[in-house]
Design a protein around this ligand. Structure first.
Ligand code: CMC
Length: 432
């Protein structure tokens, strides 16, 4: 991790000056280090939505929204998607380097050894309603891992953290597949450890004990790509949540469970589900995409084009480019004629030429295409965000570990500017 000082800036307030260091990262991004601001001037900064605020330095992921660059540990996402599998990328994110053969095999082996969940955990699923959202199940069961592995909850114990990381990576697909099986009423399928990470997940999702099941390699390949593209995205809402929960020394399972909840929202990971629901709505309404583009532009209407826009990418989302290609390949190879894909293509065409979207630099994001791929695989819409969570897990873990290893780590505790009533006396009930 390289960070250097590249000069100072001066903040003037009430007749005095405060010199603050300008910190520069390895990709020449600059930041004002205002850690002494409040102590010296009494001022805090106000930055709703943290649009201008860095909450940490980080050596994991670099992205440049203007140029559409995304790199994990320095490696471009395009190269990782072309040459690596998801487990390898997980290793890279968590341990900071691409593994050699021996390291990767040992990592795979360890993950394979942890794929089953405790039999008692299966009974949790009996308590959830049949129509429970799988994201709710996912966060609950992940949080409950801390009740089963009380021997490995100490964030300061490297061995305990290591085994928790392997358990989480191994068990999340099992927990996710069981939540789907619960919704269909089919029996849970135990993991098969000779299969790859993605094959195993697909089998746990779609196999039934009464029939042979062969994993479609086209699906496994597409899934691998999607998981890689989702694996990390620096300080997004869910990752920042994992870091802030972890900063209180909450255990890894609790921190990841909180991240899953943050991801669920439709402005974040839930956008893939919301996007397909929106495409369906447009298709059911006769496929008039212009009408929906107009609705999205209408400031009196709170409708937004799901799968469009990004806080950071203001040019194109490099993940969307990779996934769009995979989406085209998959639909061609499966010879699928999905009406929603047609709506998606027309919507993209109309929006990309529309001044409103051009001026605001609103482009299709990763979630615009991922839902179409998941649909083609036969995944129900409610599972889409769960897939995002499986993909994002190594990123969350990497940030949690990085935060704990940082010598400057402190509990996350934002400030506020109070705008409520000033002091007043309680009026007795009889006089209110
Ligand atoms: N449809 C219509 N207008 C939009 C959209 C949209 N999808 N996104 C942004 N805008 C407008 C917004 O109304 C605002 O207009 P104005 O300047 O006139 O007030 C302007 O564009 C800037 O938007 P913002 O809300 O200030 O931007 P933000 O950075 O706070 O929000 C976002 C980013 C992703 C939440 C937003 O673009 C959005 O709601 N998109 C739809 C949901 C979505 O697809 N989310 C997935 C993001 S990618 C997966 C992930 O990493 O989480």
């Amino acid at each position: 991790m390289t960070k250097s000082e590249s000069g100072t800036a001066t903040i003037s307030y009430n007749g005095s000056d405060l010199d603050v260091s300008v910190i520069e990262g390895s990709e020449n991004e600059k930041a004002l280090d205002i850690s002494k601001l409040r102590g010296t001037t009494g001022l805090i900064t106000l930055d709703e939505g943290y649009v201008n605020t860095g909450n940490t330095t980080s050596g994991i992921t670099f992205l440049n929204g203007e140029k559409g660059i995304l790199r994990y540990r320095g490696y471009p996402i395009e190269q990782l998607a072309a040459h690596c599998d998801f487990v390898e990328v997980s290793y890279l994110l968590i341990y900071g380097k691409l593994p050699n053969d021996e390291e990767l095999n040992a990592f795979r082996e360890s993950i394979r050894n942890h794929t089953m969940i405790h039999e008692d955990m299966k009974s949790f699923y009996d308590g959830f309603p049949k129509d429970a959202h799988p994201m709710a199940i996912l966060s609950s069961v992940v949080g409950a891992l801390s009740t089963f592995y009380q021997d490995s909850l100490d964030p300061q114990n490297a061995e305990q953290v290591e085994v928790s990381i392997h358990r989480l990576l191994a068990k999340l697909p099992t927990i996710a597949a069981y939540s789907y099986k619960k919704s269909t009423g089919q029996p849970f399928m135990y993991p098969q450890n000779h299969l790859s990470y993605c094959e195993n997940f697909l089998r746990m999702m779609f196999a039934v004990p009464s029939m042979d099941y062969e994993v479609d390699p086209v699906f496994a390949e597409a899934l691998n790509l999607l998981l890689i593209c989702h694996a990390d995205h620096e300080q997004n809402c869910s990752t920042a949540t994992v870091r802030i929960v972890g900063s209180s020394n909450a255990n890894l399972f609790a921190s990841i469970s909180a991240g899953i909840c943050a991801l669920w929202g439709p402005l974040h990971g839930g956008a893939n589900e919301a996007c397909v629901n929106m495409l369906q709505r447009i298709a059911d309404d006769g496929g008039n995409v212009k009408k929906y583009v107009d609705m999205a532009k209408d400031k009196k209407d709170n409708f937004r084009l799901m799968g469009f826009g990004h806080r950071v990418y203001k040019n194109f989302d490099p993940r969307a480019t990779i996934i769009k290609q995979a989406c085209d390949r998959l639909l061609n190879r499966l010879n699928l004629d999905d009406p929603l894909f047609d709506v998606a293509q027309r919507l993209e065409e109309v929006a990309l030429k529309d001044d409103y979207f051009v001026e605001r630099k609103l482009y299709p994001n990763v979630d615009f295409y991922s839902g179409i791929i998941y649909r083609a695989m036969g995944l129900p819409t409610q599972m889409f965000t769960v897939m995002f969570a499986i993909g994002r897990l190594p990123g969350w873990i990497a940030h949690w570990v990085e935060m704990h290893q940082s010598p400057t780590n402190r509990i996350g505790r934002p400030r506020q500017v109070y705008t409520g009533p000033t002091e007043r006396d309680v009026v007795p009930m009889s006089q209110r």
